[in-house]
Design a protein around this ligand. Sequence first.
Ligand code: KG4
Ligand code: ZN
Length: 327
Amino acid sequence: MILSLETSCDEVSAALVDSDFLVKKNIIFSSAAKANETGGVVPELAAREAANMIEEVLEVTLSGMDWNDIKAVAVTTEPGLMGSLLTGIESAKTISWIQKKPLLSVHHIFGHICANLLCSQKNLYRGLPKFPALVLTVSGGHNDIYCWKSPLEYKRIGHTLDDAAGECFDKCARMLGLGYPGGPHLSKCAVNGSAERFSFPRPLKHSGDFNFSFSGLKTALLYKLQDLGGEENIDDQTRADLAAGIESAIVEVLLHKLMKAQEKYSAKELHITGGVSANRLLRKHFEEQSIEKNLAYRIPEKMEYCTDNGAMIGAAAQLIGQYGDLD
Ligand code: KG4
Ligand code: ZN
């Protein structure tokens, strides 16, 4: 098993993952409730929460475990908020030194890519994908398409030119007077709405490449709200219709690009991962379109593997340990 730590943003998480990517423990503490009060992540507060919570998260993760069963310690080293990252990095270094276990450094995005290897029970073992696989990693900080060519080889083929889809969800939710993180709140509100009532742009949909742009969507929402006399003057149905319009525009562009990329790269498998892969509409259309193309597809088995978590870092570390050139 590998003990893995993830503290790159406002989650403090530690996990134990075995060589079949079976998750033995995945303890996640989120300071999202604090971020709800402040309307977003405040790096200084997130760093303080990480420093406060890491000991408890590690204690719960390691309770009942035998150090002889843990062969390495892994930690997210980039990218992320420096104050939060340092808590994980220094903790992992200390454990590795005291317990004399090798220390593995994991890139946060490679962790998200590997979230689709994780399984919560032995009989749900998923193994490696058929390569090349295309992975849409979509969260608050990232919005990319990767071509995953072999266990440790992944190349970015598309990215956002401005906001990530999760960031767009968060900002639009705030403009609609909904809570943080905005994605789940906006999506819940959209359930009762009609996506047809308001028309929103589909940014870069036909640009011919695999890049994205979502900042224009929030501006479009701002103008619609101004025309309606401001957020405080709209009724619940209008709020739901606006939310549905935004959600449907984001999902349509994300999947259009992924499916176009599949054709260009002759991908044998499609994956979605990252916080936004928890989105119900994205999952539904992703499944439908993958089945239509007769392609294997994966969505993280559990919601907790979508957003930031230690287990995905453990899965990535297992690949690095099994296929990497470690000295
Ligand atoms: O991967 P993650 O935990 O952190 C980053 O690396 O950014 O993703 C968090 C993002 C937030 O922007 C949040 O609004 C979004 O994922 N998100 C969702 C949903 N659940 C989380 N977006 C849309 N629908 C959801 N159900
Ligand atoms: Zn993330």
